[in-house]
Design a protein around this ligand. Structure first.
Ligand code: PLP
Length: 455
């Protein structure tokens, strides 16, 4: 008898963020197709993609325009490297488009496209160190990030990731140091705003002093800590962080891999909190996942310094085979066209606010819900034992995982992120679909609470 797809998967594949022994037993959930915000599974189950894949399918599934653009580009020129002086029209046009889409008061001079978010951050970290080196400060090598931050899994980006589970058996590179996250609900200092004076931002100053400001190249930060639990910065946090960076000549790398391209209800997270990064990383929503693509935008002063101060004859030695991939860039252009022509950034703002309000109405007083927070299509329901910050039911992550399981049964994908139930639906989600999401979540919370009590 021929093996089923699920059996073959168990036999042949490994999956990220999966325990091998558990996967071999349980097998995969095979996705067969998708349209709009819904996935069709191999076994006929239909579910709402309430997490947009991995925060990335911003325009939703099944967009013919992107397929057409990709087909046309492949028929003309599927791929050619961007090394040396070779270039292609889609990469040039995409850079032109991004220049228009970036905030008018920002000043990014150049772009380079990567294959995803990790290598975008890797590139920016390389650029930050290079910037200091050509200015005569090669000792500025350290990269500071925040606990709960996620920047990818490659060497430097992975070392900047501040979630301990990523470093079991492989400690981060010693040139990386973390400071506190702006996580008010779980404040490391047990302090409250405004009396705390934004202690988490002050902690970055303390870390800089402890490490020696002249040894630090850059601070890397997400506008909203995504994988860490959809953690929103308190008012004034980024202003203070920027002041600290500027005072010490440290570059700010803003990781907008999740928050870019409308996720927060504005084109960029930097617009929500008025952040002026020196270097910008993006990925995910730039193609809505139709093809792999990420990239960096380089602030003018950084670009010009490297251009003018590099030793003659020394080229920029950052290079990925698939930098500026023309077909991925063509997918991005078609995707950006949809985001813009259908007003999906505005829709994310409006429907995201409705979803947040609906969740607060439905679950705001649930005994196992401690806080519901979000911006645009990026929402977390922070869970906990009643009146405490301890895990509901006493076991870490058990309750959010039980909610996610119940949601799945009722036709909705959400993600258990630590003690949070996290949501990031596609930006094309309509109001009635948002209400359906709230109904499924309400039912799932009720059932998961019973599951937990009877477990
Ligand atoms: C904020 C952030 N940065 C970087 C990355 C890494 O991106 P990739 O998985 O495309 O390498 C992610 C991935 O989730 C992310 O959320």
């Amino acid at each position: 008898m021929p093996s089923s797809l699920a059996d073959l998967d168990r036999e042949l594949l490994i999956h990220p963020v999966t325990e091998f022994r558990v996967h071999e037993k349980k097998g995969p959930r095979v996705v067969k197709g998708a349209q709009g915000i819904r996935l069709e599974m191999q076994d006929g189950h239909s579910v709402i993609d309430g997490f947009s894949g991995l925060f990335n399918i911003n325009v939703g599934h099944g967009r013919q325009e992107i397929t057409d653009a990709v087909t046309a580009q492949m028929q003309t020129l599927a791929y050619y490297p961007a090394f040396w002086d070779f270039s292609t029209e889609p990469a040039i046009r995409l850079a032109e488009r991004l220049r228009e889409l970036l905030p008018p008061d920002s000043d990014f001079a150049r772009f380079l496209f990567t294959t995803g978010g990790s290598d975008a951050n890797e590139t920016n970290i390389r650029l930050a160190r290079l910037y200091h080196a050509v200015r005569g400060q090669p000792e500025r090598q350290k990269i500071l990030s925040r606990r709960s931050g996620y920047h990818g899994i490659t060497r430097a980006a992975g070392s900047a990731t501040g979630l301990p589970v990523y470093h079991v058996f492989a400690p981060p590179d010693p040139l990386h140091v973390t400071a506190a996250a702006p996580y008010c609900f779980r404040c490391e200092f047990d302090a409250t705003l405004p009396e705390c004076g934004i202690a988490c931002a002050q902690d970055m100053e303390a870390v800089i002093q402890a490490e020696g400001p002249e040894s630090v190249a850059a601070v890397i930060a997400e506008p909203v800590l995504g994988t860490g639990g959809i953690i929103l910065p308190p008012p004034g946090y980024f202003e203070r962080l920027q002041e600290i960076c500027t005072a010490h000549g440290i570059l700010l790398i803003l990781d907008e891999v999740i928050t870019g391209f409308g996720r927060t209800g504005s084109w960029w997270g930097m617009q929500q909190w008025d952040i002026r990064p020196d270097l910008l990383s993006f990925a995910k929503g730039i193609t809505s996942g139709y093809l792999p693509l990420g990239g960096v935008a380089i602030g003018r002063h950084v670009y010009e310094t490297i251009r003018d101060e590099s030793p003659p004859g020394l080229p920029f030695m950052g290079g990925l085979t698939y930098n500026n991939h023309p077909t991925s860039c063509a997918a991005a252009l078609a995707n950006l066209e949809i985001l813009e022509s259908e007003g999906l950034v505005e829709r994310a703002r409006v429907v995201g606010a409705e979803l947040l309000a609906g969740l607060r109405d439905a679950l705001g007083t649930h005994p196992l819900v401690a806080e519901i927070r979000g911006v645009g299509m990026l929402i977390a329901i922070e869970c906990g034992a009643p009146g405490t910050k301890r895990p509901a039911g006493g076991r870490p992550m058990a309750f959010p995982a039980a909610v996610a399981k119940r949601c799945w049964e009722h036709g909705l994908i959400v993600r258990a992120l630590w003690e949070n139930v996290a949501l990031a639906p596609p930006l094309c989600t309509r109001s009635e679909e948002a209400r359906e999401i709230v109904e499924i979540l309400l039912r799932s919370f009720e059932e998961a609470a019973v599951d937990l009590a009877t477990d």
